[in-house]
Design a protein around this ligand. Structure first.
Ligand code: 5GP
Length: 194
């Protein structure tokens, strides 16, 4: 998606060999106009499918999930909660997710009240790296016997294994931008023609 690629190119910062910092428009300050366009692009990519609900994980997946949900006609967004929390009932689906950015294991939880058998779920997140977050959300959807329509992410890091593994499992993945490498702090994007 051109607007997102332009933002990454102009304002993204490559850290080391594998971290893409996009705090100025996605992960700390949110560019609402861009978020709205990303939501529309996700809807367009899955316009042929029935989607009842978007499933994401707090916190950075929520903004794009909301704009995508609006594009689908205000369907609900469920976000998995991380860590111990008193305000989620004990009747939950859980999954273990290793955080690439924080290098800790998180338990993510979704109340059983909100996911029903047969519900058609689209998973949305900000980044796809090793695929841990998405796998955790897929596990929760499966526990609920919900139907996975696919996965949409803003940025896929093509040099990490998550996207490859999930596609090999037959899961439909849509990435609005793909980063192929970070070279001396410069973010190398995959061109759309590639
Ligand atoms: P995965 O679970 O696929 O390994 O990593 C995806 C999760 O880690 C996303 O939810 C995202 O929040 C975070 N993440 C992974 N890599 C990056 C990155 O390069 N930049 C940022 N900002 N977040 C990342």
């Amino acid at each position: 998606m051109k607007e997102l690629e332009r933002e990454i190119q102009e304002h993204g910062v490559g850290i080391g060999k594998d971290v893409v910092k996009v705090d100025s428009f996605l992960n700390h300050r949110i560019d609402v106009g861009l978020a709205t366009e990303m939501g529309k692009a996700i809807h367009e990519a899955f316009a042929d499918a029935q989607v009842d609900c978007i499933l994401t994980v707090e916190a950075s997946g929520i903004a794009t999930s909301i704009t995508a949900a609006q594009a689908f006609g205000n369907i609900p967004v469920i976000f998995a909660k991380k860590g111990e929390t008193t305000n989620v009932s004990s009747d939950v689906y859980t999954a273990q997710v290793y955080s690439f950015t924080h290098q800790v294991m998180n338990t993510i939880r979704v109340s059983r009240d909100y996911l029903q058998e047969g519900m058609k779920i689209l998973i949305v997140d900000d980044f796809l790296a090793n695929g841990e977050a998405v796998e955790g959300l897929i596990s929760i959807a499966r526990q609920a016997r919900a139907e996975l329509v696919g996965v949409a992410v803003c940025v896929e890091k093509g040099f990490q294994e998550g996207g490859k593994r999930l596609r090999a499992e037959g899961i439909r993945i849509v990435s609005l931008a793909i980063v192929d490498a970070i070279e001396d702090g410069k973010i190398v994007l995959r061109s759309e023609e590639a």
